[in-house]
Design a protein around this ligand. Structure first.
Ligand code: SAM
Length: 262
C-alpha cells in the first residue's frame, strides 16, 4: 500500500478523532438503540479508522467493519489490534455488501452517504442485511468554527478563480434525501442530539485538513489546481491569522438518527 494513502488515513484519524468522553457518549447512545435478546452483530459501512467502532468493540460487541479503502482499514486494524477477537474486517463496497440477507442486528453509517452519488444502492444493502427488528443508526457531526469557515471559503474562492466552482452542502442535503427515502419505505427515522462539546483547533491543523483533502468538497478539484490554491492559502492565512499555532474555538455536536425495521 502506498505511503501517501496511509498518510492520508493517519491524517484523517488524527484530525477527525473524538475526545474520549465524547466517543464514550456516542457509543452509549448507539448501544442503547440495540434492543435485542441475542448477542448483537453490528455492521458499520464506511468504518474509516474506527472512531465510532473502537469504543463499541471495547465494550465487547461483535463488529463487522466494512470499508472500500484498504489504507483506512489498515489504520483501523492497527488501532484495533488488541481487541480484534470479535471484529471482522471487510474490504468491500457499501453498495454491494458481501453478507447474507437479514444477518446483522444494526447497521451503522456515519459520514458516508454524501460520498456516494448512488447512495440508494448502499441504503438498499443496509436494509437488506438487517434482521427484522434491526436498526439503522446514522450519525453525523455538526461543526461550527468561524475561523475554519473563513479558511474553507477562501480556498473555495481561490479554486473558483481557476475555473473550478466547488459545490458544498452535499452532506446535509444527502441526509435529507436519505430521510425522505426511509419515510417512503414506511420507516420512522428519529433524530436526536447525543452530545455537544467544544474543541480547539489551530489554523495550521485546519490548513492541513484542507491540504490532505479530508473534506469531500475538495475532492473534485484537480491536484495541480489544489496545490496552487493551497500555497496561496497558506500565505493568506499567515497574513490573516499571524500565528498559525494559536488555537481558535470549535463548537461540535453529534446527532444520531434511528430507524427500526418492523
Ligand atoms: C468520511 S469517512 C467516515 C469514516 C467513519 N464512518 C467516521 O465517521 O469516522 C468515509 C469512509 O467511507 C469510506 N467509503 C467511501 N466510499 C465507500 C464505499 N463505496 N463503500 C465503502 N466504504 C466507502 C471511505 O474509505 C472512508 O473510510
Amino acid at each position: 500500500m502506498s505511503n501517501a494513502l496511509t498518510r492520508v488515513a493517519y491524517a484523517y484519524d488524527r484530525l477527525r478523532a473524538y475526545p474520549p468522553e465524547v466517543a464514550g457518549r456516542i457509543a452509549t447512545a448507539l448501544s442503547h438503540a440495540l434492543l435485542t435478546r441475542e448477542e448483537p452483530v453490528l455492521l458499520e459501512l464506511g468504518v474509516g479508522t474506527g472512531r465510532i467502532a473502537l469504543p463499541l468493540i471495547a465494550r465487547g460487541y461483535r463488529y463487522i467493519a466494512l470499508d472500500a479503502d484498504p489504507a483506512m482499514l489498515e489504520v483501523f486494524r492497527q488501532k484495533a489490534a488488541g481487541v480484534m477477537r470479535k471484529v471482522r474486517l471487510l474490504l468491500a463496497d457499501a453498495r454491494e455488501v458481501p453478507l447474507p440477507d437479514e444477518s446483522v442486528h444494526a447497521v451503522i453509517v456515519v459520514h458516508l452517504w454524501h460520498l456516494l452519488p448512488d447512495w440508494p444502492r448502499a441504503l438498499a444493502e443496509a436494509l437488506r442485511v438487517l434482521k427484522p427488528g434491526g436498526v439503522l443508526l446514522e450519525g453525523w457531526d455538526r461543526v461550527e468554527a468561524e475561523a475554519e469557515c473563513r479558511l474553507q471559503e477562501r480556498w473555495q474562492a481561490l479554486v473558483a478563480e481557476e475555473g473550478f466552482p466547488v459545490v458544498r452542502g452535499t452532506h446535509s442535503r444527502r441526509l435529507k434525501e436519505v430521510e425522505e427515502a426511509l419515510r417512503r419505505l414506511g420507516l420512522r427515522p428519529r433524530t436526536r442530539e447525543v452530545v455537544a462539546w467544544r474543541e480547539e483547533r489551530t489554523p495550521r491543523e485546519a490548513l492541513e485538513a484542507l491540504q490532505e483533502r479530508l473534506y469531500s468538497f475538495t475532492r473534485a478539484v484537480p491536484q495541480e489546481v489544489h496545490e496552487r490554491a493551497m500555497s496561496r492559502l497558506w500565505a493568506w492565512a499567515e497574513a490573516e491569522f499571524g500565528d498559525l499555532d494559536r488555537p481558535f474555538p470549535v463548537e461540535k455536536r453529534f446527532f444520531l438518527r434511528t430507524s427500526r425495521l418492523s
